[in-house]
Design a protein around this ligand. Structure first.
Ligand code: SF4
Ligand code: SF4
Length: 387
């Protein structure tokens, strides 16, 4: 049932301004943005309504609005906004706010939102992994024998299993609150629930894997290419990690894998795709700022961590193959630090967009919210060519 009580939150407007949506006050509600957005639908056009909700400080509406997550920040709307109100950046700022809003525990949401906490956030994994090295007597000199990262397995396993359990619990709490809010604050159409939850999940998986809506963005389609590299690069590395973890711990797989092993080939391709995707994203955000729009601290932090994760992974392998024991162990140490940062802070960083966007897409399909129709899209293209 829709919640008819409208509560304005002035602090929310200040937060959105700080998170990169400072231009929102320039909006005069002309609706050009909703017309040019290729992802906006007839039944729930966006981002005009989000602009007015943000101006009014309607926090509850916005943190429960699935349309905020159906936007891929292509920048088409900002390019055509006659007032320079940058709706794409405002939508991104609302998503960043959501990470904080649904964070559990709350202080972690604040910690990931500001650079002043960055040294502390890195200090935690650095100290943990230094303790591991110290306990193995490897802090001052590399261990004897062939270079083998498996010697750290027992300690590393304990750290990452404990962290993963905490992350899953925190995410479950945040996502469950997000779903309940969407269900409470959006008007249910006659089609609500008709797709069924399993079908909605399957359709959402298909949408995420194919990036089919992301592809519809015009003004900044290079973002789609970069995102594809990052997404599939990371997916490949995730699959490889799962295979190696189970293979090693359950089936006593012989490690390290030979370079011609299909799993190793997948790992190397995944790392290259991840680095290439991040490089495209950096180029887009730095070299094409006029089209890409402003990037927030959340964007830079997430991209940088992913980039260095890929670089240190490849570097560790090259150093190991070259026989530089000390350098390869230290490179592995730094790599583990980035892995920890990415996994351990998942629910509070931009990495969480993966799960919030997925849940919002599932909800939109479950609630019967319409997709932009083909005839509407061609109409929008016409508007653009005239504009
Ligand atoms: S954000 Fe820009 S294009 Fe959209 S309604 Fe406001 S002024 Fe118009
Ligand atoms: S950034 Fe792109 S997808 Fe998002 S609202 Fe604007 S036009 Fe639509």
């Amino acid at each position: 049932m829709a919640n008819n009580v409208i509560e304005s939150d002035i602090d929310f407007v200040k937060d959105i301004t700080k998170l990169g949506g400072g231009s929102l006050k320039k909006c005069f509600q002309c609706a050009t943005c909703s017309v040019v957005c290729n992802l906006s639908s007839d039944d729930r056009p966006f981002p005009r309504k989000e602009m007015i909700w943000a101006q009014w400080g309607l926090k509850d509406r916005l943190v429960s609005d699935p349309d905020v997550w159906r936007c891929y920040q292509c920048g088409d709307c900002s390019a055509y906004c006659p007032r320079g109100a940058k709706p794409a950046e405002v939508m991104a700022a609302i998503r960043n706010y959501s990470f904080k809003n649904y964070a559990f525990p709350k202080f972690m949401g604040s910690a990931l939102s500001s650079p002043k906490y960055l040294p502390l956030l890195f200090a935690l994994p650095v100290i943990l992994f230094l303790l591991v090295l110290q306990s193995l007597g490897s802090l001052s000199s590399p261990p004897d024998g062939p270079i083998a990262f498996t010697r750290f397995d027992n300690y590393v396993d304990v750290i990452f299993i404990a962290v993963s359990v905490l992350v899953v619990a925190a995410l479950a709490k945040g996502i469950s609150a997000f779903w309940k809010n969407m269900d409470r604050n959006n008007v249910h159409s006659a089609a609500y629930g008709s797709a069924g939850i399993y079908k909605s999940i399957i359709l959402a998986v298909e949408e995420v894997l194919t990036h089919k809506n992301f592809k519809k963005c015009d003004a900044n389609n290079i973002r789609y290419t970069g995102h594809l590299g990052i997404f599939y690069g990371f997916l490949a590395l995730f699959i490889v990690t799962a295979i190696v973890f189970i293979g090693d711990r359950v089936f006593h797989m012989l490690l390290p894998l030979h370079q011609t092993n299909p799993v190793k080939i997948l790992a190397n391709l995944g790392a290259i795709a991840l680095i290439a995707g991040c490089s495209i994203a950096f180029y887009n955000r730095i070299g094409r700022k006029d089209k890409a729009g402003e990037s927030s601290y959340y964007d830079w932090l997430f991209l940088s961590v992913l980039f260095f994760l890929g670089i240190t992974g490849l570097l560790t392998e090259i150093l190991r193959l070259s026989g530089y024991a000390a350098a390869s162990y230290w490179s592995y140490f730094i790599h583990l630090t980035f892995v920890f940062f990415l996994i351990g802070y998942f629910p509070y960083s931009k990495f969480a967009h993966l799960i919030y966007r997925f849940v919002a897409i599932v909800y939109a399909k479950y609630a019967g919210m319409r997709e932009p129709a083909e005839d509407v899209e061609s109409g929008k293209t016409e508007v653009k060519s005239v504009a």
